[in-house]
Design a protein around this ligand. Structure first.
Ligand code: ADP
Length: 696
């Protein structure tokens, strides 16, 4: 019917060939491709582009584009194309370095598309070329409408998968029924996408639902680019988080670049990529992930590939949601697990019977327990008590605490448990735990070591009491006696006695202030030793003379010293301070008098933890009030004073021995004590002997 009226010798067989090409069974993209190829044999043009509006509603609706490109990388003349579409009139105009000819494809009142051809500026399209294009338009319009608009066509497109692709989708769907880890699932989706479409490279990113950013999870086929050899998180995100992929994630619409020359502004990340498809995996209008495929082959992604990808993305939605949910739970539980493990406080989760369900490493170390294995039959506190018994200050403390927990299962209970050898204070808290229905499931025991806090608190209190008592007592008597002396005249003998008392009290005050300053200097590491070779014999004789003046008639001070003792390598003043302090204590804590023996000798046997070498050992033994076993380890602490009626009466700051210990240890030596209540005590310290090595 067309043949007789075809203009300028256009033969019928051209049009029938065109109709046959467009009516074939192959995917629409391939058919359009064939048509444009055939057109090339009739008209000279560089690039061809067919824009289709599947609903016949012109340039406002979604569109598909098909290209036949001869490598011209200039942008297409979009305003010209739109103008042709709006006016529905074919037109040619100069654009860039060539001519652009565009013709509207209309049929039954609808605009189905625009066909564009372009050619270099020197060779505009002739009248005959334009007429040939115009003659082809109705056939094209029919093909587009048939492809897109009929219900049968829609149905055909969803079933448009090749049998191999349909098999792949079935296989994928059944594979997805198994729960899979998120990373594996993403890598699998990508892998299938690549093998199902034949694309050379691809990547899959998850959309961060809070920030909207894309986070790359898997990629294949790119080599080092576009990851550009950088491994940091930021670098990983850069190429994916901008441009087309981001727009796809935001809009939820597939991006298809059949060939780079379609629109040079949307260049893919790497120069060798010519065709690209980016498809979102959507659930309830939200993009969960974005799948991107790239190929160096122009027109690598046709209808068949797109249909397969759509089916793949659709099949991936539920498995992806499941895997993301599992991943979120896994991450939360890993984070909680890390917190649990790294807590400094001991934590143990118990069931209602007190059986340990879970515990962290600190739980063992807080109780001072070694690596015993707590299985689910380990019951707290019953199985804990035998391990702790040698150290529990009050053996019933833990069982009493548990009894309180049993009586009030809904309440949080706390207790302080005192351990001995070494002294430790543990704060124990038992918090009821519940399941998601609010039912009691047991308790969480939290154990923290509060020794230092309690110690600091005790020291603060001791300090206040020392300052208020120890400083105030001598001050009161100084003030009292000076007031008396000022108020009236006394006999010279009496006057002298008063002044002596004032002097003694002032010396005592000065000693306390000296001790306080000494402790703070020692603590801040500001005390430096001025060590010399010192004759201990001479030093001890001096101390003996000095102490004899202080000692009361009730005490006898004996010095037991061999004829020959090697010289010591010490700070003379500090060594004197150490020994005077120990001797003064021996006198002070022997209120009923008795013998005090100071003995010196070269050590033949040293305590286990003592540094090796030659040492002088000085011991001071008294027959005084003695020290109870549990107090012995603590007398070296600052402000620690044994609390009993004797010591309260005697008074003191609790600083002397802590200063002694620091000074002895500064010399490299050790100090220790043995004692029996009401029998007496022996304090022993060591000083380095001035050997050749020390002197050099
Ligand atoms: P202070 O004597 O000022 O109280 P120290 O630090 O010198 O302080 O001594 C700490 C505690 O050790 C004393 O409070 C006392 O209870 C005990 N102590 C020290 N030396 C003796 C000793 N020779 N005999 C008995 N108890 C002693």
């Amino acid at each position: 019917m067309l043949a007789p009226t075809t203009p300028t010798g256009l033969s019928v067989h051209i049009l029938t060939d065109a109709a046959r090409l467009l009516a074939g069974e192959r995917p629409f993209a391939a058919r359009v491709q064939d048509l444009l190829a055939q057109l090339r044999s009739l008209i000279r043009f560089r690039d061809g582009r067919l824009t289709c509006w599947p609903h016949g509603d012109g340039p406002h609706g979604p569109f598909d584009q098909f290209f036949d490109i001869d490598g011209w990388r200039e942008p297409w003349d979009e305003p010209h194309m739109r103008m042709v579409a709006e006016r529905r009139i074919a037109a040619q105009r100069l654009f860039g370095e060539g001519w652009a000819y565009a013709a509207p494809i209309t049929w039954s009142g609808h605009l189905w598309g625009v066909l564009e051809l372009r050619t270099p500026a020197a060779e505009p399209f002739q009248q005959a070329d334009q007429e040939l294009v115009l003659a082809l338009l109705p056939i094209l319009a029919g093909a587009i409408a048939a492809e897109y608009a009929t219900p049968a066509a829609t149905q055909r497109r969803t079933n448009d998968l090749a049998p191999a692709q349909q098999r792949a989708i079935r296989e994928i769907s059944s594979h997805f029924e198994e729960p899979t880890a998120l990373e594996t699932l993403l890598a699998t989706i990508l892998h299938w996408a690549l093998s199902g479409t034949g694309a050379e490279a691809g990547a899959i990113s998850l959309v961060d639902q809070k920030s909207g950013r894309l986070v790359l999870h898997s990629h294949e086929g790119y080599g080092l680019t576009p990851l550009s050899n950088e491994r940091s998180e930021e670098a990983r995100q850069r190429p994916w988080d901008s441009g087309a992929a981001k727009r796809v994630a935001e809009s939820g619409r597939t991006f298809l670049l059949r060939d780079v020359s379609e629109d040079p502004r949307t260049r893919p990340g790497t120069p060798e990529v010519r065709a690209e498809v980016i498809m979102p995996i959507i659930h309830e209008a939200k993009s969960l992930a974005v799948l991107q495929l790239d190929s160096p082959r122009s027109l690598a992604f046709g209808e068949g590939e797109l249909a397969f990808l759509r089916a793949l993305c659709h099949a991936s939605v539920q498995p992806l949601r499941r895997a993301m949910h599992t991943q979120t739970l896994l991450e939360a539980s890993t984070q909680l697990g890390q917190v649990f493990t790294s807590m400094l406080d001991g934590l143990a989760l118990l069931d209602t019977q007190g059986r340990v369900l879970r515990y962290n490493p600190a739980w063992m170390s807080r109780w001072g327990l070694g690596p015993i294995e707590l299985d689910q039959s380990f019951q707290v506190p019953w199985d804990l008590v035998p391990h702790l018994l040698p150290r529990l200050q009050e053996p019933l403390a833990l069982t009493d605490f548990d009894a309180r927990c049993q009586q009030s299962p809904n309440e949080t209970q706390t207790a302080t448990i005192q351990l001995k050898n070494p002294h430790q204070e543990l704060s124990v808290m038992a918090v009821p735990t519940r399941d998601s229905f609010g039912q009691l499931t047991g308790r969480m025991w939290i154990v923290s070591d509060v020794t230092r806090e309690r110690e600091a608190e005790r020291m603060k209190n001791e300090f206040i009491s020392v300052v208020s008592h120890e400083l105030r007592t001598p001050l009161t008597s100084i003030l009292g006696y000076t007031e008396l002396l000022l108020a009236r005249d006394f006999a010279p003998k009496e006057q002298k006695e008063f002044v002596k008392t004032v002097y003694d009290e002032a010396s005592h005050l000065s000693q306390i202030v000296e001790d306080l300053l000494g402790v703070s200097r020692l603590e801040s590491g500001r005390v430096k030793l001025n060590q010399w070779v010192v004759s201990m014999r001479q030093l001890i004789q001096e101390i003996g003379a000095q102490i004899n003046i202080q000692a009361t008639s009730r005490h006898r001070i004996m010095i037991d010293m061999p004829q020959q003792i090697p010289p010591a390598y010490v700070d003379r003043d500090k060594a004197k301070q150490i020994l005077l302090n120990l001797l003064t204590n021996a006198i002070k804590y022997s209120p009923k008098g008795g013998e005090i023996v100071l003995s010196v000798m070269e050590a033949t046997q040293l305590p286990e933890d003592h540094p090796p070498g030659r040492w002088l050992m000085v011991s001071i033994t008294d027959q005084g009030i003695g020290i109870a076993e549990e107090d012995l380890p603590r007398i070296w602490e600052r402000f620690y004073r044994v609390d009993n009626s004797n010591t309260r009466r005697i008074g003191g700051t609790g600083l002397g021995l802590s200063i002694v210990r620091s000074l002895v240890e500064l010399h490299g030596g050790r100090v220790w004590a043995t004692s029996q209540v009401n029998k007496g005590s022996t304090f022993t310290c060591t000083f380095p002997i001035a050997t050749e090595i020390v002197r050099s």
